[in-house]
Ligand binder design. Structure first.
Ligand code: KIV
Length: 285
């Protein structure tokens, strides 16, 4: 990838205007952030999906501010050009305005994220407004909002009927009006996502929302198929890294057990005098 200029919210807005799709992927640690940046992504999302794909929870609900800070710090140490957005975890933006701004501020000041993402429709537009007024860029997230999984009754497509689709459109407009710089549309019918994308000035980033969005986001572990047993319809697996890792590690285990690893090329040697000295001191050959 030749582009070296750091991506900003203005870059992303320009990409929408120029119909230049925005590529977003999640990352949660230093090596994967380095790889995805080198691969040319525009935005790295430190998603609270880390709770499921890295920490082994069955939803994003248990993820804490400390979890998000820990992983955001690792990602921002690697990302020099891509725009890093950190998810605000469950309930970290539903308390007082002061507490919400303090939590978002930690992700930027300690985590060095460039922006935060929060889930919810027009009901959280006032929160978006307060954060943006405090100088904190906000990515919104509507449709399937995973932090509300227990309220939604599962990971289901949203906005399928006319009333629900109209509500999504109104939510997107309210969030854009409140100052969000982009909106994630998750698991929304393609037709609905396309109308929303045309109706608002800020970029839409789709996941399971079709090609009419201004950009796409996927979870890193889904894209490379890293130990994930479920494959949602909207995921494309570009490589089977999990299989490669399992094959490599089982070869290692076999070689250790057979005594063929380490080989001659993997060891260090002491000089003869040191060895003689050791034997002289009673160490058995
Ligand atoms: O947490 C996450 O990874 C996300 C994306 C799926 C958009 O919110």
């Amino acid at each position: 990838m030749t582009r070296t200029q750091a991506v900003t919210t203005a870059t992303l807005r320009k990409q929408k205007q120029e119909k230049n799709p925005i590529a977003v992927i999640t990352a949660y640690d230093y090596p994967s952030a380095k790889l995805v940046e080198e691969a040319g992504v525009d935005v790295i999302l430190v998603g609270d999906s880390l709770g499921m794909v890295v920490l082994g929870y069955d939803s994003t609900v248990p993820v804490t501010m400390d979890d998000m800070l820990h992983h955001t710090k690792a990602v921002t140490r690697a990302a020099k050009r891509a725009f890093v957005v950190a998810d605000m975890p469950f309930l970290s933006y539903h308390g007082s305005v002061e507490q919400t701004i303090a939590n978002a501020g930690r992700l930027m000041q300690e985590g060095l994220a460039k922006a935060v993402k929060i889930e919810g429709g027009s009901e959280i537009a006032p929160v978006v407004k307060k954060l943006t007024q405090a100088g904190i860029p906000v990515m919104a997230h509507i449709g399937l909002t995973p932090q509300a999984v227990h309220q939604l009754g599962g990971f289901k497509v949203q906005g399928r009927d006319a009333a629900a689709a109209r509500k999504l459109l109104a939510d997107a407009q309210a969030l854009a009006d409140a100052g969000a710089f982009a909106i994630v549309l998750e698991c929304v019918p393609e037709e609905v996502a396309a109308v929303i994308s045309k109706s608002i000035d800020i970029p839409t980033i789709g996941i399971g929302a079709g090609a009419g969005c201004d950009g796409q986001v996927l979870v890193f572990h889904d894209v490379v198929s890293f130990a994930s047993s479920i494959k949602p319809k909207f995921v494309k697996q570009y490589v089977q890294v999990g299989e490669l890792i399992e094959t490599a590690v089982s070869s290692y285990v076999k070689e250790v057990k057979a005594g063929s690893f380490p080989g001659k090329e993997h060891v260090f040697h002491a000089d003869e005098e040191t060895v003689a000295h050791l034997y002289g001191e009673g160490v058995k050959a």
